[in-house]
Ligand binder design. Structure first.
Ligand SMILES: *[C@@H]1O[C@H](CO)[C@@H](O)[C@H](O)[C@H]1NC(C)=O
Ligand SMILES: *[C@@H]1O[C@H](CO)[C@@H](O)[C@H](O)[C@H]1NC(C)=O
Ligand SMILES: *[C@@H]1O[C@H](CO)[C@@H](O)[C@H](O)[C@H]1NC(C)=O
Ligand SMILES: *[C@@H]1O[C@H](CO)[C@@H](O)[C@H](O)[C@H]1NC(C)=O
Length: 769
């Protein structure tokens, strides 16, 4: 989304005036927006589209045929029009719920009635939990709070979340919003979160609790880097990278998550704006993946490709192209301005508009919007009492605890003893922050617990910010060193905030800002006790200096940990919770960004020019911390108890590979089906502290088709009491999970030895025909 950003200055001034004068009426508004209100007009009850017992397709047909062209066009934009004759009020499609109900987007507001909603950790930290049931549990709480707010007129029903773009480059300002760099993790996050948001308690499985939206389709992961911005960027993507890196999360979101919407992005992919590309929209999303829902543009992608990219000569052509490509809804006003002229000029038929609005209406019908008073429907009993409940806020704290990653821990450092530590020095510009903890696409939280507040609730603290903000242009090195020298232990809470990495703000380097490194190093030198460095950030940093500094005894990455972040940090620091988070993205050294232009979309290394590739799947260079890294307070050992050594693909006799020497076979062939393997791993916690542990199953395929050096096949998080063991079973679908994408974008099963690995364990699985 960039609409609000582009136009923010004007809009916010205006809003301020409005707030002052209309505050009373905003907070007094307490009824939901809905169509078919028979209490206000009894005749509506006899209209077929208002009849709940009729199937949705017929209701949609009935509604569309009652509308004039002008009225239809009003339903192509986020600020949708009203038709009072038919009992249809205005509806605002744009609401957001990335990690809690958000005030970004005009469809949702907080007021005296609901002053805040539960603010979960920013997504990148939740992803670090590697706990698929947590993803869904959070989505479920968010949709309950969203419905509760809808019932009192404060929220819409259509939420443009989650953001599931691959975190391809560590500089990306919006990497924080995503579930990281791995396609499998991103797919599972998308599926889990979307199900949590959408799954209705209604007996009809097609009904939606709220509608989610997977964005930004596709290959969108550059905001503003050295003068290249997302409104002008043409992502040049190979077929191979497209189909094994950028598309899989979207495919899963649509097919496995059954999402109600996909949002196309601002950027071009291989010379075409995504929102005007019929292959990407009508072809892939609706054709191949069979989206049950609507395709929406980013805000305002159409205006962007017309006015900034000059993709078409006239605005009418721009409007027609989007609709013909398969776009259903325009965030912005471009289609309301130019569609009628486009129809008159013969550039697009009215039937194409009917198709688009039918998808939009069907979504609203699945949400119950045309069923009359929602307070008399399935979620009608939800209200302000269901927002910010004790349990919901406890889940926000739990999510942060599950995600926080322990990157370094020297003997005798963490956990700190809450009895032995009499005085804790708490230093750093992020030590007592509130809003920083909730990242972007935030809402007003229920309340905050800052790191300082969390820690001070356990032991006595001495606090010094050390720098006035994270930019840290000057550091109070002497004062900070003094308090560290006399404290039993020192905690430095450093890192970033939205002034460093944000929407429209990519980083240009990976070093800690300003004098942060100096402050950390000097404080550590002076400190009497253990020194714990806490990095609060979305993206990774080159903190090799701290990794290699013996005086810095522990390092924690806490993402942007949400409203309860400080409590979760204290839980981990004092050992009330055993850390179990694992990095969902590679932490690169500074040299990486010196070598790699952010604009290069290639995932694979290129030996001819020294390009090192991207993410753990391809990157060949040094790392600061690796994907999947993360320590705990217990020692867990793993061993493979069951794994086949051989799998044969039963090819038909006339198959070409029968006679010639093939390196791979097509994964979609009839013969490559239902080849499931069971892999069993025993996990034992040999320590005394209980905790959760994520088992990762990776594979290194035979090196054909420029395949990844390794890729994640499956992961599973298990809870283990001290000394307990657990058997983890993975079902591997050979023709799906073990495949690679070839140069032309086709899934192939490589023949030969696949090296499966779990931690340090290796197992060779030979695939042959
Ligand atoms: C609603 O549709 C059902 C099923 O077609 C029909 O039996 C019923 O009479 C309709 N209700 C009204 C008020 O038209
Ligand atoms: C009530 O609904 C009917 C059916 O759409 C419509 O013809 C009529 O104008 C509406 N009455 C009012 C007062 O809006
Ligand atoms: C820490 O932040 C909280 C919340 O903003 C504030 O109330 C408190 O005064 C701050 N504490 C210190 C010691 O500055
Ligand atoms: C995953 O998250 C859920 C929800 O918070 C929690 O109940 C469960 O214990 C977690 N699983 C593990 C293995 O930690």
């Amino acid at each position: 989304m960039g609409f609000s950003q582009n136009r923010a200055p004007k809009v916010s001034v205006l809003l301020c005036f409005l707030c002052l004068t209309c505050l009373g009426s905003v907070s007094a508004q307490s009824s939901p927006v809905f169509a078919c209100d028979v209490a206000s007009n009894a005749t509506l009850g006899s209209l077929e589209f208002c009849n709940k017992s009729v199937d949705i397709d017929s209701r949609v047909v009935d509604l569309v045929k009652r509308l004039t062209l002008q009225e239809k066009i009003g339903f192509l934009v986020n600020g949708a029009g009203s038709v009072s004759r038919l009992g249809i009020p205005k509806y605002e499609w744009w609401s957001e719920a990335l990690h809690g109900v958000s005030y970004v987007g005009p469809g949702t507001h907080f007021s005296g009635v609901v002053p805040g909603a539960t603010s979960f950790p920013q997504v990148i930290l939740t992803a670090a939990s590697f706990n698929a049931s947590l993803f869904q549990a959070i989505g479920k709480v968010v949709s309950t709070e969203a419905r509760a707010m809808y019932n009192v007129g404060l929220a819409g029903l259509t939420f443009w979340s989650p953001n599931i773009n691959i975190f391809r480059d560590p500089r990306w300002g919006r990497g924080q919003e995503t579930p990281g760099e791995d396609p499998l993790l991103a797919s599972q996050y998308a599926t889990g979160y979307v199900k949590g948001l959408q799954q209705s308690d209604d007996s009809d499985p097609n009904r939606l609790k709220v509608a989610a939206c997977c964005k930004h389709y596709t290959a969108y992961d550059l905001d503003n880097w050295k003068g290249v911005d997302r409104y002008h960027f043409n992502a040049v993507v190979t077929k191979q990278d497209m189909d094994d890196t950028f598309q899989p999360p979207f495919k899963s979101c649509v097919i496995d998550g059954n999402v109600a919407s996909v949002m196309c992005s601002y950027n071009q992919v291989n010379g075409k704006p995504t929102c005007a590309d019929p292959d990407l929209l009508a072809g892939v999303i609706r054709g191949q993946w069979k989206l049950n829902g609507y395709i929406v543009s980013d805000c305002d992608s159409l205006d962007v490709y017309y006015n900034s990219q000059h993709y078409t000569k006239t605005p009418e052509e721009a409007a027609a192209k989007a609709i013909l490509a398969g776009l259903d809804l325009n965030c912005g006003t471009f289609l309301s301005q130019h569609t009628e002229a486009a129809v008159k000029a013969g550039l697009v038929d009215e039937s194409a508009i009917d198709k688009a609005i039918s998808n939009n209406f069907a979504t609203l019908m699945r949400l119950g919007f045309f069923d009359g008073d929602p307070t008399k429907q399935i979620y009608g009993n939800l209200g302000p009492k269901d927002v910010c409940t004790q349990e919901n806020q406890e889940l926000a704290r739990e999510a942060a605890r599950q995600g926080i990653v322990l990157l370094k821990n020297s003997a005798g450092s963490l956990p700190l003893s809450n009895t032995a530590i009499k005085n804790l020095a708490v230093i750093g510009p992020n030590a007592n922050v509130t809003k920083t903890m909730i990242g972007n696409y935030e809402g007003t939280p229920c309340k905050y617990t800052t790191p300082l507040q969390g820690l001070a609730a356990v032991v006595s603290t001495t606090y010094l910010p050390g720098c006035s903000n994270v930019q840290c242009s000057t550091a109070q090195v002497d004062d900070a060193s003094k308090i560290a020298a006399s404290a039993d232990a020192t905690i430095l809470v450093m890192g970033a905030d939205q002034s460093i990495e944000a929407e429209s703000r990519d980083r240009i380097d990976l070093l800690l800002p300003g004098q942060q490194q100096l402050l950390i190093t000097e404080v550590a030198k002076a400190a009497k006790g253990p020194v714990v460095l806490i990095i609060m950030s979305g993206g990774g940093f080159d903190i090799s200096f701290a990794k290699n500094d013996d005086k810095i005894t522990s390092i924690l990455w806490v993402g942007y940990p949400g409203e309860a972040g400080g409590a979760a940090i204290a839980d981990i620091v004092f050992g009330f919770y055993n850390p179990s988070g694992k990095l969902p993205m590679t932490w690169y050294p500074q040299s990486y960004v010196d070598k790699v232009p952010m604009t290069n979309m290639n995932m694979r290394p290129d030996a001819s020019n020294g390009y090192p590739g991207r993410t753990y799947r391809f990157y060949t260079g040094e790392t600061v911390y690796k994907f999947g890294e993360g320590l705990s307070y217990s020692h867990v050992s793993q061993h493979i108890v069951e794994a086949p050594k051989l799998v044969s693909v039963p090819l038909e006799k006339d198959h070409i590979c029968y006679s010639s020497n093939c390196k791979s076979v097509e994964a979609v062939e009839r013969s490559c089906q239902n080849l499931d393997l069971n892999i069993k791993i025993k996990v034992k916690n040999s320590g005394s502290v209980s905790g959760s542990h994520t088992v990762f199953l990776f594979s290194t395929p035979p090196s054909v088709h420029n395949s990844p050096k390794k890729h994640l096949l499956a992961f599973e998080k298990v809870f283990l009491k001290g000394q307990a063991e657990e058997l983890v079973s993975f079902k591997v679908d050979v023709c799906k999970d073990l495949t690679v994408v070839d140069e032309l974008g086709n899934r192939k099963l490589a023949l030969g030895d696949h090296l499966l690995h779990v931690g340090n364990l290796n197992h060779v699985l030979t695939v042959r025909i």
